[in-house]
Design a protein around this ligand. Structure first.
Ligand SMILES: [Zn+2]
Ligand SMILES: [Zn+2]
Length: 766
């Protein structure tokens, strides 16, 4: 019995086995060809198509996923083309047998209805209609069914269907013919799209309109008979007119889309862009560029980062992409420009972490020579003894250069390179101290992302352009404490670079830093609060500067407009002060820990175990006579009629600058002129020029005279002044050259102990 059965079926088993083997062999010899290239699509966060690009063969071939298409369209397609699609293995044996029978009986060559899978095979490899090719198509259909799921095959079908001209796939057709996404189609539109591929060259929506309507209505009545859709819906569809337009594929956020297209792989790219914030930013940017146009400033760029996850929510590379006159196609977000003073915020944050600064610590802002480099402030003024906070908020140049020199140029550029500044990384061997005033190259993207680290507790995250659930890992580039300090200092409203506030009724709190590059070419303003980081650039893409350009006047109003719009009336909760950040009393004049001699103190921040514990060295007790007109040293101190009084003793350069600029402070009186103590007498001895010597110099020849002085070995520095004007700092014995332009020169050499040597020289010009 058992044997009988095997014997009976062994022939069938053999045939099946042979067919299977043959299929496997053919599959190995003729594997499925590679996939088709699809158009690149860029979508906004809410799914809106922002932009798409032609394929290499110049087709609009937008890859279509099932959940992007209205169910009516899929239903109509299946009903029309292949109602057994979900049940057959790629070929429909009944229809093939029927077609063969018809061929034999009628003598015509009829190939029978193709399944959707067979149609996909044909669209992937178009061939002439012959028997042999039909067999090949059947083989390919079987291969497709083995390799892909039904859903994938249907998606391929919907993506490849021809719609006339260079339009392929229902998604492309839906945008081009109906100006909408394929899930927003009406039933009439769905049925229209289902019939066009039958004869895509004749049934073009922008031509041959009547033919389309009659074909569509034929299918509507057929669907009515088969009760595929409710008859009410079908009646409505029957009455719907066909407009027969041709729209273009959307072109929104062009710079953003281009950037995504260039840097990210894949065809459907779901980005982080927030369309509503993007459109707001575009409008505000355009309005602001128009506002400053008469000042000779023609363009701008805006980048908005959501601080929740460092995602890019608005990206405007220029005010108008299509304006060639202002080079609108240049992308101002990645264009390399000079950052002006914007990097100072990073330098101060770095210094807070380094432990060498606190907001109340004092800096000297007086003319200074950094090995031949003599920076000036933006307003060409100097401010003397200023707090760190004041220096950062008012973007003073001397303190920043001094700070950079102290920290070390190499340390800071290495830090920036690690924090994503590529151009600075490439240039670093050629950069000088002026880099902190803008003497380097960076772009809006790098700068804005750096500032977003302040808003994210000091962590720098890679900017996110594509939606993803992946957990981003940030790098701690600043401590939470120094980020908090920078946010606090830069959010104060008491500053010069502020926009006219009456325009902003519900402005949220935020911190910002401005910048103006050398030659007034670039105006920057970068702001942040817990919600957003917003970077703004304004200038000209042809690099021409404008005398009316400044970060404060040009870029700040744009920044304020943006915060006022995208974060309007938000109940933003300001950053929380971290535990490591403590407050302490410091001397109000030095910003250092007070000694018993300091007269007043103020509250200042310090980072636990990090900030220095330097004590005030300015306030010193000095022996003076009773009316405080003469100072004594221990060598000349009289036996009576003296007292001890506390004075502010500044470093000589600052003290001279302060008295020259009429700053009043409690400085010690002059030293006892009758003092005979050796130490007091040995000020620098000026060796050149000689006292009362007459020099003969040729007029306008810029001839120099030599300044040279000697001091005892404890002296490290000489300060040279001619007619009370500071000339140069030098080491004792170092030759200093000076070009005089006056007839009488009072030359003073001050040492670092506060003692001086003086000579008078007359110059005769011939
Ligand atoms: Zn003090
Ligand atoms: Zn003395």
């Amino acid at each position: 019995m058992h044997f009988e059965l095997i014997k009976k079926y062994s022939k069938t088993v053999k045939i099946v086995f042979t067919i299977l083997l043959l299929f496997v062999l053919l599959d190995l010899i003729f594997p499925l060809l590679g996939k088709k290239e699809f158009s690149k699509e860029i979508h906004a966060k809410d799914g809106t198509l922002l932009n798409a690009y032609l394929t290499i063969d110049d087709k609009w071939r937008l890859r279509t996923e099932l959940d992007e298409v209205s169910p009516e369209l899929i239903k109509a397609m299946l009903e029309k083309e292949d109602s057994w699609f979900y049940w057959h293995p790629g070929i429909n044996p009944f229809s093939i047998v029927r077609a063969l029978y018809r061929n034999i009986t009628t003598g015509e060559i009829q190939l029978g209805a193709s399944t959707i899978t067979m149609q996909v095979a044909r669209m992937l490899e178009p061939k002439n209609r012959t028997y042999l090719n039909k067999v090949a198509e059947i083989f390919r259909a079987l291969q497709l069914e083995i390799k892909y799921s039904k859903k994938e095959i249907l998606e391929l079908y919907l993506s490849l269907l021809p719609f006339g001209g260079n339009i392929e796939g229902v998604k492309s057709a839906s945008y081009i013919y109906f100006n909408r996404a394929p899930d927003k189609l009406s039933l009439a539109q769905s049925i229209t799209l289902a019939v066009i591929p039958n004869d895509p060259n004749a049934l073009r929506l922008d031509r041959f309109n009547d033919e389309i309507i009659s074909t569509r209505n034929y299918w509507i009545s057929k669907f009515k008979q088969n009760e595929i859709f409710s008859s009410n819906e079908l009646n409505d569809a029957l009455n719907e007119p066909i407009e027969g337009n041709r729209y273009s594929i959307p072109v929104m956020a062009p710079h953003f889309s281009q950037y995504i297209k260039e840097y990210f792989g894949g065809d459907i790219l779901n980005s982080t862009l927030d369309l509503s914030i993007q459109q707001t930013a575009e409008n505000i940017l355009l309005r602001n560029v128009r506002r400053v146009f008469y000042k000779g400033i023609t363009n701008g760029a805006v980048l908005v980062i959501d601080n929740k996850n460092s995602s890019v929510v608005a990206y405007c590379g220029s005010a108008d992409f299509y304006d060639e006159g202002s080079f609108g196609q240049v992308n101002g977000i990645i264009a390399i420009r000079s950052p002006g003073s914007t990097l100072k915020a990073a330098l101060y944050a770095y210094a807070f972490d380094y432990g060498i600064l606190t907001p109340q610590m004092k800096f000297t802002d007086i003319p200074t020579d950094f090995h031949g480099y003599q920076p000036e402030n933006y307003d060409l003024k100097f401010y003397g003894n200023v707090s760190t906070e004041f220096a950062l908020v008012n973007s003073l140049n001397i303190p920043a250069v001094k700070l950079l020199e102290h920290i070390g140029l190499n340390n800071f550029t290495a830090f920036l390179e690690n924090s994503g500044f590529n151009q600075i990384g490439k240039q670093k061997s050629r950069l000088g101290l002026s880099m902190i005033l803008g003497g380097c190259g960076t772009n809006l993207q790098e700068l804005t992302n750096l500032f977003s680290a302040f808003a994210r507790k000091g962590k720098l995250y890679p900017l996110q352009f594509i939606l993803s659930d992946e957990h981003q890992k940030g790098e701690q580039i600043f401590s939470e404490s120094s980020s908090y300090l920078v946010a606090n200092v830069l959010s104060g409203m008491n500053r010069s670079d502020i926009a006219e506030l009456s325009n902003y009724s519900k402005l949220p709190k935020f911190a910002w830093k401005t910048g103006t590059s050398y030659g007034k070419r670039d105006a920057w303003a970068i702001g942040f609060n817990p919600n957003y980081t917003v970077g703004v650039w304004m200038g000209n893409f042809n690099g021409v500067g404008s005398p009316n350009l400044s970060g404060a006047e040009v870029a700040v109003p744009l920044l304020f407009d943006l915060f006022n719009a995208i974060d309007y009336n938000s109940d933003v909760k300001w950053f929380e002060s971290p535990e490591e950040l403590i407050t302490r009393e410091v001397c109000s004049e030095s910003g250092l820990l007070p000694t018993q001699y300091c007269t007043s103190t103020i509250r200042d921040f310090a980072i636990k175990d990090q900030t220095h514990n330097q004590v005030c060295s300015i306030h010193k007790p000095v022996y003076v006579n009773l009316d405080e007109s003469v100072q004594y040293c221990t060598g000349c101190l009289p036996l009576s009629e003296f007292k001890k009084a506390v004075y502010a003793v500044y470093e000589p350069e600052l003290s001279v600058w302060l008295s020259q600029n009429k700053y009043d402070y409690q400085k010690p009186p002059r030293h006892n002129p009758n003092c005979t103590a050796k130490f007091a007498e040995d000020g620098p001895k000026i060796l050149s020029p000689s006292e009362d010597y007459e020099y003969f110099l040729e007029k306008n020849s810029r001839q120099e005279i030599l300044l040279l002085a000697a001091s005892d070995s404890r002296v490290k520095t000489h300060y040279w002044y001619v007619n009370e004007k500071f000339i140069k700092k030098s080491k004792p014995g170092e030759k200093v050259f000076f070009t005089p332009d006056e007839k009488e020169l009072k030359i003073t050499c001050l040492d670092d102990k506060g003692r001086d040597g003086r000579v008078k020289v007359n110059i005769k010009y011939y």
